[in-house]
Ligand binder design. Sequence first.
Ligand code: NAP
Length: 269
Amino acid sequence: MSQILLVGCGKMGSALVEGWLSGGRDPRSITIIEPQLPLPAPLRSRGVQALASDRDLPGTLAPSLVLFAVKPQVMDHVVPPYVRFKESAVYMSIAAGRTMAFFKECLGADARIVRVMPNTPVAIGRGISGGLASENVQKDQLDLAASLMETAGEFHWLTSERQIDAVTAVSGSGPAYVFLLAECLAEAAKSLGLPDDLAERLGRMTAAGSGEMLAQSKETAAILREHVTSPGGTTEAALMVLMADSGLQTLVKEAAEAAFKRSRELAGS
Ligand SMILES: NC(=O)c1ccc[n+]([C@@H]2O[C@H](COP(=O)([O-])OP(=O)(O)OC[C@H]3O[C@@H](n4cnc5c(N)ncnc54)[C@H](OP(=O)(O)O)[C@@H]3O)[C@@H](O)[C@H]2O)c1
């Protein structure tokens, strides 16, 4: 089985490892570098090897894939020591704002690189991720990268870094938009006189239940919306406000554009 070296086992890294193990990957095929040891108990009990530093790695290790799951701001000093795996490995990064050019600068122009943008529902196996590969990544390496992300939800290949920035703006940052909608619903419930606890549950479960319906249904979001909108009814009265000019659609488009612009800035484009 191909050897995976995970660099950084925080929120995202540990969620991915849990997905790989649940998907049947042999724990002996995973090595983790993480300064914050010990690992969380669920990972420790599964027998995954974890080391505090790349300096502790055995000289014989030849990973097929090195995944960088550390914060973007520490990448400059974290990435370079892993250049020694260039012969065997494809390098994968899930960091926002760290471009192909950055990794080629750290690892050499001939390094094989996959940039992926996941989102937080990866932690419960319900994420969606988009990835971009450098031209020299081989077919089996593309398949390995995709299969590792698919254990955490859906994965789609992208064709440009611009698309990575667009995915960042929509699904990468998107969970925060949905959580905000749940907060807004709770606030609306309170202002209509409902008690705080109930208001919070109404906001939370309306977002969660509707999200689950979207995940399970084959219908489009627009059709599902129409199904709950009777002519002249209560939902229609609300949607006339939400869907008015400068309403929710305009706001969400502007919000995603702001996130897209910020993602381009962080990437130095
Ligand atoms: N969370 C999200 O929603 C999300 C979404 C999309 C993409 N991402 C990307 O995913 C990456 C990881 O995010 P996260 O939320 O999982 O961050 P995190 O929880 O902070 O995890 C990063 C881990 O890497 C460790 N680390 C620091 N230096 C290291 C080194 N030299 N070698 C190995 N490990 C090292 C950190 O330890 P210390 O605590 O000691 O520094 C920490 O445990 C980021 O680049 C982020 O942009 C995150």
